[in-house]
Design a protein around this ligand. Structure first.
Ligand code: CMP
Length: 143
């Protein structure tokens, strides 16, 4: 029988522009959850990579606001590793809408609303692989 529990895996986290000022506290929360940073980079994103990352919502009316927000400062890109990393990070983040996130979650502590929500985390193992490739390896290939 296939058992997906207790599998060491990787996920992608992005501390968004509104989360930067609390990055140390967010990283502390991530470590306390048993996840470790395998690789990280602090950098500005650009329109091209955002349109790719947000391809599923690029036509939504809120997209221009989302893009402006994500371009408003540098972000912290992190490959996180640990047992059930995808689910652990998602639980720690709380729901997309920060106003609905419980205290003790990253969005509950540091997010403001549904747009300004402090952090992104991959929503599945498959997307984690795609997103890690997008933000880390693809860049190396372009050189
Ligand atoms: P995230 O889930 O990391 O990736 C998609 C982002 O789009 C989401 O975080 C929010 O920042 C933003 N978003 C999602 N839904 C809405 C919405 N209804 N209105 C505004 N922003 C949204």
């Amino acid at each position: 029988m296939k058992d997906n529990k207790n599998v060491v895996e990787q996920t992608l986290a992005i501390i968004k522009p509104d989360g930067i000022k609390n990055a140390i506290k967010i990283i502390e929360m991530i470590y306390n959850e048993g996840l470790k940073i395998e690789k990280y980079e602090v950098r500005m994103l650009d329109e091209e990579i955002l349109k790719e990352h947000y391809a599923h919502i690029v036509d939504k009316p809120f997209y221009p606001k989302l893009e402006n927000y994500m371009l408003s400062s540098e972000v912290v890109l992190m490959i996180l590793e640990g047992v059930n990393a995808v689910d652990k990070l998602r639980n720690l983040m709380g729901p997309t809408d920060s106003t609905k996130a419980q205290k003790g979650t990253i969005r509950g502590e540091f997010g403001t609303d549904i747009t300004y929500n402090a952090i992104h985390g991959s929503d599945s193992k498959e997307n984690a692989e795609i997103e890690i490739n997008r933000f880390f390896r693809q860049k190396q290939k372009r050189i």
